[in-house]
Design a protein around this ligand. Structure first.
Ligand SMILES: [Zn+2]
Length: 374
């Protein structure tokens, strides 16, 4: 059964959703629009109160579309928030099929491409009258700030054991099956202030202590699957005072969670040694934002992806990503998910773009994933 995607409608819907300002925790407007669209397709829609925890104005949007044939329920997801500069986004359709912003904001194809492809793919199945299995959607808030929306979602609501998260750059047809742990930290050295001219010996130089510690730590790739970065550093209050405090922040990523944790331990050890040597104090706050996962190539979710690509004539390929997505939280709650490329490019920049052809292919893939047998 071939599902035909409506090009004009998918372009218009993309432009409509792009035009909505929807920075993280300001998703109210797009949440209302998506709720109406889901209801029009036939979904039962529920919004949770996840935003309240962050001072946001909207919750995660969950939709359930009962099917008429037996088969495992399937979940599709794309996040509602976009990054800055994302206020006043406009869509420009170019003759060659490229779709860009006006150049002063992101386009927001991350993740409006995903939202549009999910809506249009499901809508076209409904319109065709084709029998389908149960379909669920989850449109989270706050993905761009370390998956805050799905951190607060009640996963007891989800019936599916399989998820497709449309939130990956590149041409439709690739899927990420593994992603890293991401741990961030803020480390602080506390020394002792003293006049830098009259009595420098009475001070304990927090900036010097921290520089010694940092110089002992390898930055960048620690090994082939782990990176480490001190991203910010600051300390001291004036040119004539021995700095009492120095604070740095950074992150570690690894395809192996134990390696990420080991890198944090190594950092703690070195910072403690240098602090102790100078009689300074050392403290650190560590946040585990997400845990590494890997979905097997022969998992049902992956097999269905390959089968659908084959039916559509797409080159299906599996990749890894070194970034986070809501799929981390799906995996954590026992839902086997993969992250699909949805035709977005140069994301998180004012040069971000998509292509009409890719939006159509993405919608075709969504439809096919619903219909495909394992
Ligand atoms: Zn995204």
């Amino acid at each position: 059964m071939e599902i035909l995607i409506n090009q004009k409608r998918i372009e218009n819907e993309f432009a409509e959703l792009v035009s909505v300002d929807t920075l993280s925790f300001g998703e109210r407007h797009i949440a209302d629009i998506l709720t109406d669209k889901l209801k029009a397709i036939g979904f039962e829609v529920y919004e949770d109160s996840a935003g309240n925890a962050y001072g946001g104005n909207a919750g995660n949007i969950y939709g359930y579309l009962p099917g008429s044939v037996n088969g495992d329920p399937v979940l599709f997801s794309a996040h509602m928030d976009t990054v800055s500069p994302g206020i006043g986004k406009k869509t420009i359709f170019h003759d060659d099929g490229m779709i860009t912003s006006e150049g002063d904001t992101v386009l927001g194809a991350d993740d409006v491409s995903g939202l549009t492809e999910i809506l249009e793919g499901i809508r076209c199945i409904k319109e065709s009258g084709t029998a389908h299995r149960d379909v669920e959607v989850l449109f989270p808030i706050g993905e761009e700030v370390y998956l805050k929306g799905t951190d607060k979602f009640d996963f007891g609501k989800i019936k599916a054991k399989e998820a497709y998260v449309l939130d990956l750059s590149g041409d439709v047809g690739s899927a990420a099956v593994c992603a890293p742990s991401l741990i961030s930290f803020q480390a602080e050295i506390t020394g002792k202030a003293s006049h830098a001219g009259f009595a420098p010996e009475n001070g304990i130089h927090a900036v010097a202590v921290m520089s010694k510690a940092i110089s002992r730590l390898k930055q960048g790739h620690i090994d082939e699957e782990t990176t480490f970065n001190i991203g910010t550093i600051g300390g001291g209050t004036a040119t004539n005072i021995v700095p009492e405090k120095c604070v740095c922040t950074g992150e570690v990523r690894s395809f192996r969670h134990d390696k990420a944790l080991a890198q944090i331990d190594e950092m703690k050890k070195i910072f403690s040694e240098e602090a102790e040597r100078a009689s300074a104090e050392f403290s650190i706050d560590v946040i585990v934002h997400m845990e590494a996962y890997r979905v097997p190539e022969n998992a049902p979710v992956t097999k269905r992806f390959f089968k659908s690509c084959e039916t559509l004539g797409f080159d299906g390929k599996l990749v890894s990503t070194f970034g986070g997505s809501d799929n981390h939280n799906f995996m954590k709650h026992g839902i086997s998910g993969i992250v699909l490329s949805c035709g977005m490019y140069d994301v998180h920049s004012v040069h971000e773009y998509t292509k009409t052809e890719e939006l159509i292919k993405g919608a075709e893939l969504v439809a096919q994933l619903i219909l495909a047998e394992k």
